[in-house]
Design a protein around this ligand. Structure first.
Ligand code: TRP
Ligand code: SF4
Length: 327
């Protein structure tokens, strides 16, 4: 077991879907076996987009805990907690705010995207969103976090966090671990419409607790190689969203067999989707089952226990901060 502490957070901003499962949650389950991990709900961060829709944040917190635990995250091994239970984060955030020139936040890619995109949600025009990377730095440092699993699009945020922690260490002769992005190969699942990203706001998702029937129904809607026409013509799996799903959910032999059959026009798209449906049901129905067995009360208990265990660490780090800053 590597001793570098891993922290992963997700903003509870809406329904979970299998894009999260494939891209983030499966990775959390794997990391738990190799590193000490903390998993948290970035609900303060969610507020910068949803300050007027706190009901969504509240409902999504439950949904996320259910999804994580159903997929195999073990809260007895890695604390699962909510950001807003860790008061030390805000205390450290205040130091970090004072160490951060506005230019660093101004250069963050998500702020720049927002500023340059006239169609972006105008609600994000707030200082909570502007200072997002600084609070994120505090999230990481307050648990002594070193490795942060993120997608390529989030790497610059972790670099800002590292700059802030370095400055803190320089100014106060402190020794907080310098955070690093921890990149791992995670498959990206396109939307069922063939769009690059699965997203609730687009409505092209499959959720983590579909029934057997609703799952197959959604699989039947996944976009195929639309140049194929009908079964008499060979298809091209490289130009087919169903194929990308097969690669994620079906064993390699099944993929090889189905794709060859597609190219030789010996399987139709309907049958191909039935095969995919079977692979997906095998992996996802047991998860859906567990998901539906976890009650909101159980989530509250998991979060309360997680907060206790996380705070045992964050209080220690804060004590160090007080010692070095003589505050
Ligand atoms: N930025 C992450 C997201 O968009 C959430 C997050 C907030 C986070 N603070 C973090 C992730 C600290 C890892 C570490 O979902
Ligand atoms: Fe796509 Fe399968 Fe149809 Fe081929 S047979 S085009 S891989 S859905």
């Amino acid at each position: 077991m590597n001793q570098d502490v891993i922290l992963t957070g997700m903003r509870p901003t809406g329904a979970l879907h299998i894009g999260h499962y494939v891209g983030v949650i499966k990775n959390m389950v794997a990391l738990q076996k190799t590193h000490p991990c903390f998993f948290f709900l970035a609900d303060w961060h969610a507020l910068s987009a949803l300050y007027d829709k706190t009901d969504i944040v509240r409902a999504s917190r439950y949904e996320y805990v259910k999804g994580w635990v159903a997929a195999g995250v073990d809260p007895k091994v890695s604390p699962i907690f909510k950001q807003s239970d860790i008061v030390e984060t805000l205390k450290l955030n205040q130091f970090f705010q004072c160490l951060t020139p506005p230019g660093w936040a101004d250069r963050s890619p998500s702020w720049k995207d927002f500023m340059n995109n006239p169609n972006a949600d105008r609600k994000l025009d707030n200082l909570g969103f502007f200072t997002y990377p600084i609070l994120q730095a505090a999230d990481i440092a307050i648990v002594g976090g070193k490795l942060v699993p993120v997608g390529a699009d989030q790497v610059s945020h972790i670099e800002i966090a590292r700059e802030i922690v370095r400055k803190f260490n320089r100014v106060y002769k402190a020794k907080l671990p310098e955070p690093e992005a921890y990149l791992s190969e995670v498959p990206k699942l396109p939307g069922i419409d063939g769009g690059l990203k699965m997203s609730s706001s687009i409505g092209n998702t499959i959720s983590m607790n579909e029934t057997e029937k609703s799952l197959q129904k959604k699989v039947n809607k996944i976009k195929t190689d639309d140049t194929r026409g009908d079964m008499a013509n060979p298809g091209n799996p490289d130009n087919c969203t169903v194929c990308e799903y097969h690669k994620v959910f079906s064993p390699k032999e099944t993929c090889d067999r189905v794709f060859a059959a597609c190219r030789s026009a010996s399987i139709g798209c309907g049958e191909c989707k039935l095969v995919l449906g079977e692979s997906m049901k095998k992996e996802l129905l047991p998860i859906a089952d567990k998901f539906n067995q976890i009650t909101d009360t159980m989530c509250d208990e998991i979060l309360a226990d997680g907060a206790l265990r996380a705070r045992a660490v964050t209080k220690k780090v804060w004590a160090e901060v007080e010692a070095v800053t003589k505050f």
